[in-house]
Design a protein around this ligand. Sequence first.
Ligand code: F6R
Length: 246
Amino acid sequence: MNIIVVKDYKELSERACSIIENQIEMRAASVLGLATGSTPLGTYQELIQGYEEGRTDYSRVSTFNLDEYIGLSPDHPQSYRYFMNQKLFSHINISDENTYIPDGKAEDLQKECIRYERLVEEIGPPDLQLLGIGENGHIGFNEPGTSFESETHIVQLTDSTREANARFFSSMEDVPTQAVTMGIRSILKSRRILLLASGERKATAIKQFIESERTEQFPASSLKDHQDMTLIVDQAAYQKAIEKET
Ligand code: F6R
């Protein structure tokens, strides 16, 4: 595992952006795995700027998002489809039909999970998967206890994850209780993985990530066995991991 420690969020976003841009430069028809949440927002802004400056062409790029809330339609402002359209897709020249996100309103959600996993296999697996990490070590919506053999599946969101995400909703009751997420096994299929962590809020999770053995109680630890895994972390998120060394 590669660990890149950067000064702050701005530098983290720039580094992540340049890794993604290099990937697209190497292969114009790259498949990218993408995440939502606060962490990748700066990276997406950098990618948009790069596009506007003519650095990157997304016309042949495909993307797979990790997860989607169950029950929210694509035009619901808190759906992950809406988030991706607003924060990235509508600002670059990617074709709509090349952007894949699980359908949280599918009539048969079990079938939707199987369909999505097949798509990941057929079109992907991603050349590069971008990930954030939850304070409890989750990746995607794979909460502690999720099998490392899991593929795309339906999850019951834990109270801590719902609370962490409540800031985007007007009240706690509005936060969905379930989601569709790519599983740990699905994520590990990616050729390269880029995990981002920023801010003090993530310091405990990063310390645990660096120190822990592979355990299903801490989903991000599954990444430690991946053959091409890079963690970009800013000083605030890295501080507790260093405290131990000194
Ligand atoms: C989002 C996702 C989640 C987030 C994680 C961190 O698609 O899969 O695992 O990456 O919850 O969220 P932020 O970045 O908001 O701290």
